[in-house]
Design a binder for this molecule. Sequence first.
Ligand SMILES: [Ca+2]
Ligand SMILES: [Ca+2]
Length: 99
Amino acid sequence: MRTTLFILAALLGGGTLQAADQTKTIKSPEGRTTILTWGPAHPLPDQGEPVLTQLDRNGDGQISLTEAEAHRLLHSDFDYADLNDDGQISAAELARWVD
Ligand SMILES: [Ca+2]
Ligand SMILES: [Ca+2]
């Protein structure tokens, strides 16, 4: 329950609560309102696995944040994929992220 409330607080605080597939509003006896939402509000397209040679437009053997924009899922997960926080996704980092 604590986790659920944290997620809801994050959604409400971030202002990202938008149309989802399902929404349910719960009012507690104390007057507290809880809004539950589920379902993809903005599903990412299935672009398959990212391919370094296709995304690496400048040919340096790595994927920058700008280059990653061509693959929306990788772009949205860029900080996680960039293990050493150098702003580039190397071949090894990409292979690990794909696994
Ligand atoms: Ca590059
Ligand atoms: Ca990196």
